[in-house]
Design a protein around this ligand. Structure first.
Ligand code: ADP
Ligand code: ADP
Length: 239
């Protein structure tokens, strides 16, 4: 069965025009799936409907056979623990240290105070050190998030998401605020870690060249519809 199965996913924000129109695809192997398309094509809506940051109007999303779209609040919260999310604006807690931000991935985004008072078991702390090393931030543990560059922040975001031991990683324009060099480094890091950890990831990415270079598979979106789905190598330059 599929790691992720999306079927007829549709979103109408109430504007009369479908932002997402019956999009279906499945992911069967750990791979980096790039979602491309011009602004307004529905890329972000697609990514956000998968973990219901945006509520889909209809359709189905199954993560390892568990249906996400029908879950009630509490079960949805538990399900989101299995989906790592990485944002364009990083969403770090600016006044906390790199280490505190990464550790908070273990508890989720509910209750910062819970997260601060919580006594993390040594294996969590070890895991956080290992992840920081993996994303190239060894020695940055005690820096405050607000003292980091954009690229460093996104590395923290990646380590925090991996701290959840997710079954799926969703990345919503993670490189949109970064310069081309840093974007490339972040994409290569994402590609390497998801293959190492054997987890699928879906990334909303504006830069088609970068998507083609770093993603295993490309889903092309236009006007809310899926207009391309295939290996990156099959993507032609005129679209
Ligand atoms: P992309 O990520 O490809 O730029 P989006 O998913 O952000 O596309 O948007 C798809 C369409 O849905 C666009 O027409 C956009 O204007 C519309 N849209 C996105 N968010 C909202 C919202 N909160 N309310 C109404 N319309 C929205
Ligand atoms: P926007 O771009 O519309 O301002 P954001 O992308 O900044 O929205 O974040 C939306 C909300 O989702 C934030 O409050 C954020 O803390 C929360 N959030 C962060 N990670 C997750 C997750 N994995 N699952 C669900 N919600 C999350």
């Amino acid at each position: 069965s599929a790691l992720l199965a999306v079927a007829d996913l549709t979103k109408d924000y109430g504007t009369g025009r479908r932002a997402l129109d019956a999009v279906s695809f499945q992911i069967h192997t750990p791979q980096l799936v790039g979602v491309i398309g011009s602004s307004g094509a529905g890329k972000s809506t697609l990514i956000r409907c998968i973990n219901r940051l945006v509520e889909p109007t209809s359709g189905s999303v199954k993560l390892h056979d568990a249906e996400i779209t029908s879950l009630r609040r509490n079960d949805l919260r538990a399900m989101r623990r299995q989906i790592g999310m990485i944002f364009q604006e990083y969403n770090l807690v600016e006044r906390l240290t790199v280490m505190q931000n990464v550790l908070s991935g273990r508890l989720g985004y509910v209750g910062l105070w819970t997260s601060l008072r919580y006594r993390y078991p040594p294996e969590d702390i070890q895991a956080a050190y290992a992840l920081l090393d993996r994303v190239g931030l060894s020695g940055f543990e005690n820096r405050r998030a607000d003292a980091l560059s954009g690229g460093q922040r996104q590395r923290v975001g990646i380590a925090r998401a991996l701290m959840q031991r997710p079954k799926l990683l969703l990345l919503d324009e993670p490189t949109a605020s970064l310069d081309p060099n840093t974007s490339r480094q972040i994409m290569e890091l994402v590609s390497n870690v998801i293959h190492e950890e054997q987890m699928p990831a879906i990334i909303n990415i504006h830069d088609v060249g970068l998507a083609k270079a770093c993603c295993d598979r490309i889903i092309g979106m236009r006007d809310g519809r899926k207009v391309f789905d295939g290996p990156s190598s099959a993507l032609t330059n005129q679209r």
